[in-house]
Design a binder for this molecule. Structure first.
Ligand SMILES: [Zn+2]
Length: 417
């Protein structure tokens, strides 16, 4: 009952909060358009690419809330409701104890560190991330949930400094601060032209893709979440009910539903990305249900790229019928420095994924990965030793999926299939 009252209150409040955004978008339809053109591209990159070759940047969890929010220019209220930490500043202290002082305030671009040079050098046509935090000052923390992530809306220039085009939101943190927090998150992202997908004021809006336009054509980004990633089932958006685009299961019936959603929006030359928050935080095993669902997305739904995330470390990669399946991209940026446990998975290491796709056919031409390491809440190019370790892990995990990972030029990793 309380739940229903909260939801009603949110709908009223959201109606007011999102009035401006509502005028610019049509709920349930593909109306949100982001245009990224005219980027400076190095001649060497362009020479090896055809006119219709499209490069997408993808990564896993971007967790700019909590500790990271505290070092940005406009930190929110640091109070936490966790069993073992009462302040987000505790996470700053842990990171500083592990790796040294962090500037405060840090510039908005500080956290991206060496990633900025890679984005400038490779000049992807689009940048798509899983934003694993609410962007809000709202304080309606979700009881019964142990961890709550939020970034102050005034820190959103941190995301625009990374040139992000699209934030997928069907994950287990976007609703940490309640429906009002979700409404403020959506409004803040839209105002900053960071197209959200996967959460909304009702089921139609949560299910609608972000429609991104590039000089090479359109990209549709559908964002889905699964309960196995820790999304509470009552976060599912429904008719007249805000929430996330939660997959009920990985069944053929769900695939048919997704196929209908894609068909309603897709034009012949569109590239379709299915971004899915699924699975546990630690461990390399790819559940058979994930593999079956990913294959179904490609076979039956017209999906060209499966962008999986939730695991805190990268998982193996498969290329199925010419389409890449990234089962788990790992965390890209988090505030876990100095936290003990699970060191064997090297959660401090992350990957920038650059997928070059033939935009005409949707098939994968090239997949390059740039290994990074987080230190002092900032991304650094990984050492040669850490790069080798990541290559070996991804190669080992890719073998039973039919892929290999080799050392590429300039300390990059290259997928072979
Ligand atoms: Zn998650």
């Amino acid at each position: 009952m309380l739940e229903m009252m909260n939801r009603r209150r949110f709908i009223d409040r959201a109606g007011r909060l999102l009035l401006g955004a509502a005028a610019a978008t049509v709920p349930g339809a593909a109306a949100a358009v982001s245009i990224r053109t005219g980027k400076v591209t190095q001649a060497t990159e362009r020479l090896e690419s055809g006119a219709r070759d499209m490069t997408l940047f993808l990564c896993g969890d971007v967790m700019t809330g909590r500790g990271i929010d505290q070092v940005l220019p406009h930190p929110g209220d640091p109070a936490l409701h966790e069993g073992y930490a009462t302040s987000a500043l505790d996470y700053v202290a842990l990171a500083e104890r592990a790796n040294g002082p962090i500037p405060r305030p840090a510039e908005f671009a500080y956290v991206w560190g060496d990633a900025l040079a890679e984005w400038a050098r490779i000049a992807p046509d689009l940048r798509i991330v899983n934003l694993e935090t609410a962007v809000t000052t709202r304080d309606d923390w979700q009881r019964g949930k142990g961890i709550h992530y939020r970034m102050h809306p005034a820190n959103v220039p941190c995301l625009t400094a990374a040139g992000i085009d699209c934030c997928v939101l069907a994950n287990n943190h976007v609703l940490d601060w309640g429906y009002a927090g979700l409404a403020e998150t959506l409004e803040t992202l839209r105002r900053a032209k960071l197209q959200p997908a996967g959460a909304g004021r009702d089921r139609a809006e949560a299910a609608a893709p972000a429609v991104l336009t590039t000089a090479k054509g359109r990209v549709l980004v559908f964002s889905f979440g699964a309960e196995s990633s820790g999304i509470p089932p009552d976060w599912a958006a429904a008719a007249g009910l805000p929430g996330v685009n939660l997959l009920p299961d990985f069944s053929p019936a769900t695939l048919r539903q997704v196929a209908a959603q894609v068909k309603a929006v897709k034009r012949p030359a569109d590239v379709v990305v299915a971004s899915i928050h699924w699975g546990a935080n630690w461990g390399y095993a790819v559940p058979a249900a994930h593999q079956g669902f990913a294959h179904g997305l490609i076979d039956l739904c017209g999906v060209d790229v499966v962008h999986g995330h939730s695991s805190h470390h990268p998982l193996g990669i498969e290329v199925y019928r010419g389409r890449p399946i990234l089962y788990g991209c790992g965390d890209f940026l988090n505030d876990y420095e100095g936290i003990a446990g699970y060191e064997a998975y090297r959660g401090d290491l992350s990957l920038m994924y650059f997928l070059t796709i033939d935009a005409a056919s949707g098939t994968l031409l090239r997949l390059r990965m740039i290994p990074m390491q987080t230190r002092r809440f900032r991304l650094h190019r990984a050492s040669a030793e850490d790069t080798r370790w990541l290559r070996e892990v991804l190669d080992r995990e890719g073998r039973h999926l039919g892929s290999r990972v080799e050392a590429g030029p300039g300390g990059s990793l290259a997928l072979r299939w």
